[in-house]
Design a protein around this ligand. Structure first.
Ligand SMILES: [Zn+2]
Length: 67
């Protein structure tokens, strides 16, 4: 579990924009990338990031999305 204070200061390594923190990942909506959290350590490597589809982005923007 990543503390809220830490989540708030993290930024996307590509665009330096805000990230959305979930239980298992950090998401940049601008870059449409998902950075996984492995063993409580967020992996901010472009090579490790997963590309998100427009469908995924819509789901994440949904206020009912499970964070
Ligand atoms: Zn970004």
């Amino acid at each position: 579990m990543i503390p809220e204070e830490i989540k708030n200061i993290l930024a996307c390594p590509l665009c330096k924009g805000d990230l959305i923190g979930t239980e298992s990942s950090f998401i940049c909506l601008k870059c449409k990338l998902l950075y996984p959290i492995k063993e409580e350590i967020p992996i901010f490597l472009i090579e490790e990031a997963q590309k998100l589809s427009d469908e995924d982005i819509q789901k994440i923007k949904d206020p009912n999305y499970e964070r």
